[in-house]
Design a protein around this ligand. Structure first.
Ligand code: GUN
Ligand code: ZN
Length: 426
């Protein structure tokens, strides 16, 4: 809405990166405070938001958060989420590729794009970076569905020219041409941003990676998203396919696909050289903990990487991930870190699912943080959404102790309201 509107409740704010500067110094919950928005943008928080006589929505006892940002999803996998019994390569061949084949039908692509975005919003996710399929119409379908909801979405045509079934392969040239046409049409159109999207090294020839690296060089303002070092078998396969590469990351680096605006999904089994290189470049990593446990991939080194200043965002990896909810994903990130001997604070988990992911999408000035000048993309959490959570929250010693049960036990029932660009949508 273009008229000013005030929200009232506990407000989550950030002044820095909790992994490198400490959560106590960077993350605050201002209790019983106010947030003012106008024309889709946050205009004031706290005392300044009190001044005007404007309509107000009050959320007593609720947490007003930045809308969740999901740094890595596959919207075409919406209908095959929670498919049983396979690890990565078999899972792709058995469930994913047959489903992605269906996106040759633009009507089906549109149907799933709308379904996926409705599910994302119902779970409090207002922005995301999605893979599409090899079909250009699958890109239009997602961006059109996002535009209808005024959502800030990053997406790109998935490129594969080998090791994928008939009907699900493009070529080096058509991947270049179709990606270029899609980025020309969509990048910067409203809230849409484009990501050049080679699926991963096993499904691209060196010629295709090279063509997409050249395209990125010609359009350095777009993003690039791909997968990196998710499973041990996959890494072995990459070694065989790229005998001259120093490691998995080098298959991208050698073809112009390593950059600060790159989003590398998973990044679990990294060599020292890969870690150093990702750090030097300032590349973004998408941590997908529900996927990593569901597909059996491994335990991401969140504390080591994010603690060293690597840009990390949280992601569901729908439908390799087992849930659409960033709350469930925060819980999985907590559990995976516990298995590595680190207890991640609730403040860090919320930051990863909002500002951290926004930073990886290079949209940190627009989304992921509640601050004047940022988009009014807002998710309101009910901290007592079920009897089980409510009885635990009643025992809470402080606000963080009241928030943590919702992170560990919450789901879409905890999403009290969602605002996108200042409009209530849920
Ligand atoms: N690696 C290549 N493609 C995929 C995918 O669709 N999902 C996951 N989890 N890993 C991948
Ligand atoms: Zn993925």
């Amino acid at each position: 809405m273009s008229h000013p509107h005030r929200l009232r409740g506990h407000i989550l704010t950030y002044s820095g990166n909790p992994f490198t500067e400490g959560w106590q110094n960077t993350v605050k919950v201002v209790e019983n405070s106010a947030l003012l928005m106008q024309a889709g943008t946050i205009t004031a928080i706290g005392a300044e938001a009190e001044a005007a006589e404007v309509p107000e929505t009050s959320y007593p006892g609720h947490l007003i958060c930045p809308g969740f940002v999901d740094a890595h999803v596959h919207y075409p996998q919406t209908a095959i989420i929670a498919s049983w019994g396979k690890r990565l390569i078999d899972w792709l061949n058995t469930y994913t590729f047959p489903e992605e084949m269906r996106f040759g039908d633009p009507d089906y692509a549109a149907q799933i794009a709308h379904r996926y975005l409705d599910l994302a919003l119902a779970h409090g996710t207002t922005s995301l970076a999605s893979y599409c399929t090899i079909h250009p119409a699958s890109v239009d379908a997602l961006f059109e569905a996002a535009a209808a909801r005024n959502m800030a979405v990053v997406a790109g045509k998935t490129c594969m020219d080998r090791n994928a079934p008939d009907g699900l392969r493009d070529t080096a040239q058509s991947a270049y041409d179709d990606s270029k046409a899609a980025l020309t049409r969509w990048h910067g159109t409203g809230r849409a941003r484009y990501a050049i999207t080679p699926r991963f090294s096993p499904t691209s020839t060196p010629a295709q990676l090279h063509a997409l690296g050249a395209l990125w060089g010609e359009h350095p303002d777009v993003l690039m998203q791909t997968h990196l070092s998710e499973q041990v078998d996959e890494i072995e396969w990459v070694r065989g396919l790229y005998p001259d590469a120093r490691d998995y990351l080098d298959t991208y680096e050698a073809h112009g696909l390593l950059g600060a605006r790159g989003i590398y999904g998973h990044a679990i089994h990294l060599t020292d050289r890969e870690r150093d290189r990702l750090s030097e470049i300032g590349a973004g990593l998408a941590h997908c903990p529900t996927s990593n446990t569901f597909i059996g991939s491994g335990l991401f080194d969140l504390a080591g990487l994010a603690g060293a200043g690597q840009a990390v965002g949280l992601a569901t990896d729908t439908g390799g991930g087992s849930n659409f909810s960033m709350l469930r994903t925060m819980a999985a990130a907590y559990e995976v870190a516990q298995l590595r001997g680190v207890s991640v604070h609730a403040a860090n988990l919320l930051w990863l699912a909002t500002a951290g992911a926004a930073q990886v999408l290079h949209r940190g000035d627009e989304i992921g943080t509640l601050a004047p000048g940022h988009a009014a993309d807002i998710t309101v959490l009910d901290l007592a959404s079920t009897p089980a959570i409510s009885q635990r929250t009643l025992r809470a010693d402080d606000i963080w102790d009241a928030i943590f049960p919702t992170i560990m036990m919450g789901d879409d029932r905890a999403i009290a309201d969602v605002w996108v660009a200042g409009r209530r949508v849920a």
